[in-house]
Each structure stands twice: as C-alpha cells, then as structure tokens.
Design a protein around this ligand. Structure first.
Ligand code: PBG
Length: 328
C-alpha cells in the first residue's frame, strides 16, 4: 500500500478543510504615517500605495481601511519641527494626540496603537538621546522621554502603545508612567526583538528618520543572534509587556517560531517597509504575482507563530479574505 498525502491536496475544498493555518482580519494591524499640518495627503515614493496624511485627512483614509475589514492601526507621527531631545514626541498637542482625537471621534471601535520612539522627532534621527563626543545613545536619559511620549498617547486615547526604540528598561518605565497616570488599561506592545535591519530603508524615507550620524547597531539587535532574542522577550515580559513583537518578518521566521514557543503573551510579527517595497517593485515589473506572494508571506508569518501581523498590505489582505479571493 502506498501512503498518499496527495489525497488531501486533490481539490480546493479538501485543501481548505485540512489546512493547518488560518488567517483572520482581526489579526491584522495597518501602519499609517501621520504628518503635522492640514490637508496633507502625499505619496511615499519608496512605498508605492502608501501615503502620509495630516490628522484632518486621516479619517477618510481610515474609512477605507475599516471598510476593508481591518480594525487596528499603528500610527507613526511626523512632526513639523525636530530637535535634539525630540520634544514633539511628548507634546500633548503633538501630531499623534491630534490624530488620536480625530480617530476616536470618528471610529470609537477602532484599535489605536501608537509607535513610541524618538527617531521621527529628533534632529539627529536616533531613537534616544546621544551624548558626548561619539554620540553614543544614552539609555537611561532616554527612558523618561519615552515614558512621557507613551503617557501623552494614552491621555489622547491610545489603546496600545508600542515602544520601538530598543532602550533597555523602557517597558518598565512606560508601564510605571501609565499606571501612575491612571492608564492601567492601556496595553504595551513591545517591539521586543527588533533587529538592526536594512529592511527598514523605505520607512526611513517615509518618516525622514535616517540617523544623521552612525547607525542603530548599539541599540537594535544583531541579525546574527537568536538566543539574545529569547532574553529580550523574557525581559520585556518581566517588565510588563502585554504583547511582544518580532521585526522584521520573513527574514526572521526562525526567531518568530522560537519566540512563540516560549512567550506567555501574544506574539506580533512586523512585515516591514522593505518587505513591502520589494514585493511592490517586483510585482510592478510583472515578475511576481502580488496577491499570491502577499498571501503566502502572511500565511508564513502565521504558520511560524504570529498571533498578530502588522503589514502595509493589511487592507488588501482583509479584502481578499472577505471576498474569498485567497486561493491555495
Ligand atoms: C522607529 C521605527 C522604525 C520602524 C518602526 N519603528 C524604523 C527604524 O527603527 O529605523 C520600521 C518599520 C518599517 O520598516 O516598516 N524606531
């Protein structure tokens, strides 16, 4: 007798019934760029199909996202002026609090997640405060600023704050500030395992956050390391992270899978700007089928252990899912 695994592959219906991984739109988070100002809706050249919006234009854009079936957004703020200490990052009237006010008014059910970092707000483009001659980013001096930023987002209605700076101890500092401010229900989704990756290239164009000197290797993780990722997860869970995240996505599926095995909290995966732009570029040239590649990538992240998938393709994915246009 031959054992025939092909029996369960012979048609679409049997494949659908027996598939091991399922996607749901409730897993998707859509990252969006919010720019200070009014009436702004501008293309991001390195990320075809993505735009920067001012807070007043945001509800129109989010309407399309929500009607596609996505109920969570991750907001990045682009201030008008940047300075050494990134003071706009923790301005209660800054770009993110303004965006949150708009969104909470128009979409009370929408899950609003905010990126907490300084790099979009500092004139040097680093995620923390550099010090001295060599510009080494000062971990402990950065913590109170991140805590202030998270608190300003929570006050304006953020449901989840997501620190992406990779300073040690920031989850604890943020959790303490939120609790002290009475925001005990605001969750922390930590970018726990964030590698110093070249896949963030298009994002830095989108956010104008390329470091003016040096790079982020003294705070983001070394791509060669795996056990260190487990340590970062343990620390963030101890410090009170409600959700942990691995970033980038596809090049780090092994990390995602190991993190899923040990994490007591939900695990997110961030399919980053470079992953998005590579798919866009190749599909624009007709070299790959965009829909099939995007779906395959999303299933791969889910298969490796992602409970939450953060992707610039979230509205498309949700649309394909709801219309039954995802075929295997
Ligand atoms: C800010 C931040 C970055 C990304 C998310 N938050 C950029 C960076 O660390 O350089 C990257 C997201 C993407 O590439 O899609 N620290």
């Amino acid at each position: 007798m031959i054992i025939r695994p092909r029996r369960l592959r012979r048609n679409k219906a049997v494949r659908a019934m027996t598939c091991e991984t399922r996607l749901s739109a409730s897993m998707f988070v859509y990252p969006m760029f919010v720019k200070e100002g009014r009436g702004i809706e501008e293309e991001i050249p390195a990320m075809p199909g993505q735009r920067r919006f001012s807070a007043d234009r945001l509800p129109y854009a989010v309407e399309r996202v929500v009607s596609a079936g996505v109920n969570a957004v991750l907001l990045f703020g682009l201030p008008e002026k940047k300075d050494f200490l990134g003071s706009e990052a923790y301005n209660d009237d800054g770009v993110i609090p303004k965006a949150l006010n708009e969104l909470k008014r128009h979409f009370p059910e929408l899950l609003c997640i905010t990126d907490v970092c300084l790099c979009e707000y500092t004139d040097h483009g680093h995620c923390g405060c550099p010090r001295g001659e060599d510009g080494y980013v000062d971990n402990d001096a950065t913590l109170p600023l991140l805590a202030k930023a998270a608190l300003s987002h929570a006050r304006a209605g953020a449901d989840i704050v997501a620190p992406s700076d990779m300073m040690d101890g920031r989850v604890e500092a943020i959790r303490a500030a939120l609790d002290e401010g009475g925001h005990v229900d605001t969750a922390v989704m930590s970018y726990s395992v964030k590698y110093a990756s070249a896949f963030y290239g298009p994002f830095r164009e989108a956010a104008g956050s390329t470091p003016a000197f040096g790079d982020r290797r003294t705070y983001q993780m070394d791509p060669r390391n795996r056990r260190e990722a487990l340590r970062e997860i343990e620390l963030d869970v101890e410090e009170g992270a409600d959700i942990v995240m691995v970033k980038p996505g596809l090049p780090y599926l092994d990390i995602l899978s190991t993190v899923k095995d040990i994490s007591p909290v939900p695990v997110g995966a961030y399919c980053v700007s470079g992953e998005y732009s590579m798919i866009k570029a190749a599909s624009e040239r007709g070299w790959i089928d965009e829909r099939r590649v995007v779906c395959e990538a999303a299933f791969s992240l889910a298969r490796a252990g992602a409970d939450i998938i953060i992707t610039y393709h979230a509205p498309e994915l949700a649309g394909w899912l709801s219309r039954g246009e995802i075929e295997f």
